[in-house]
Design a binder for this molecule. Structure first.
Ligand SMILES: Nc1ncnc2c1ncn2[C@@H]1O[C@H](COP(=O)(O)OP(=O)(O)OP(=O)(O)O)[C@@H](O)[C@H]1O
Ligand SMILES: Cc1ncsc1CCO
Ligand SMILES: [Mg+2]
Length: 262
């Protein structure tokens, strides 16, 4: 049986709360997607700050509304900074989100992601291959891209959620968001979203923003997925290809209305 759809009014109320609160998201993300991630957060109504020096990261994490840990271009230095930020975030009860980019085949990042799993992430967002690999069920995708269907990774997502206590979002043609027991399904968007780098990474930043909001964290993470899917669909309708997708997507996030979600 398919999981239920997230009701549009829940996504709309999370969007409203997000714009009112304008959470400050401490982004420790990969070198490829820095600027796009910051622009996506600004367009949706949040505020980004990319603070990466270990000492500063530990100082800043407790001041931020939430922290994003993305291992796309993990290095020995960024690993140290991320662990310091996670420790400081946990001590301050600041929620933090893991994006386990390309976890699986590569040893250094996989060992880090497994360690991070034990450090109480509020949420984990990955593509199907990443979620399968993180749950120990398969080797991983093709570099940073998924070679698996999101629905195939739902049992792995549920297992990861139970194991880690995090809300787990597995994305693809449809997104599935689970706390290990209850699951929402979020359709929408389009394949063009995978022809522009960083839509998943930026989604993880929006997930982090939504994790700072009060209310059901399962609903907040699912709403983050819905906001990005809906804006993606609107952008695809308005653009001619990957080059014009990016500005159309930022415009769609900025102009997103409750009616678009319901
Ligand atoms: N085939 C598809 N049809 C519709 N939407 C899709 C499809 N594939 C991915 N998406 C959407 O694109 C966004 C990124 O998801 P994806 O699973 O590709 O993440 P990712 O592989 O981590 O991306 P990246 O590494 O480039 O940041 C999500 O909003 C997802 O719902
Ligand atoms: C292409 C790429 N390589 C490392 S991280 C990244 C961004 C997409 O995940
Ligand atoms: Mg990714």
């Amino acid at each position: 049986m398919q999981p239920d759809l997230l009701p549009g009014h829940r996504a709309a109320s999370v969007l409203n709360e997000l714009r009112n609160a304008s959470p400050l998201v401490h982004c420790m993300t990969n070198a490829v997607v820095q600027s796009f991630t910051a622009n996506v957060l600004l367009a949706i109504g949040a505020a980004p700050a990319m603070v990466i020096e270990p000492e500063e990261a530990a100082q800043f994490a407790p001041l931020a509304s939430s922290v994003l840990i993305n291992i796309g271009t993990l290095t020995a230095d960024s690993r140290r900074a991320m662990l310091a930020a996670i420790d400081a975030a946990n001590k301050a009860s600041t929620p933090w989100v893991l994006d386990p980019v390309a976890v699986g085949g590569l040893t250094f990042r996989t060992q880090f992601a497994r360690l991070a799993l034990e450090l109480q992430p509020a949420a984990i967002r990955g593509n199907a291959s990443e979620i399968l690999a993180l749950a120990g069920e398969q080797g991983g995708g093709r570099g940073v891209d998924s070679t698996d269907e999101a629905l195939c990774a739902l049992p792995a997502a549920q297992k990861l959620a139970q194991l880690s206590g995090a809300i787990v979002a597995v994305t693809g043609e449809e997104d599935y968001i689970t706390d290990g027991e209850n699951t929402w399904r979020v359709p929408g968007g389009g394949a063009l979203m995978t022809r522009v780098v960083g839509t998943g990474c930026a989604l993880s930043a929006v997930v982090a923003a939504c994790c700072s909001l009060p209310g059901s964290r399962l609903d907040s993470v699912a709403a983050a997925c819905q906001l990005m899917k809906t804006a993606g669909g609107l952008a695809i309708a308005a653009c001619r290809g990957p080059g014009s997708f990016t500005p159309a997507f930022l415009d769609a996030l900025y102009g997103l209305r409750a009616e678009d979600l319901t």
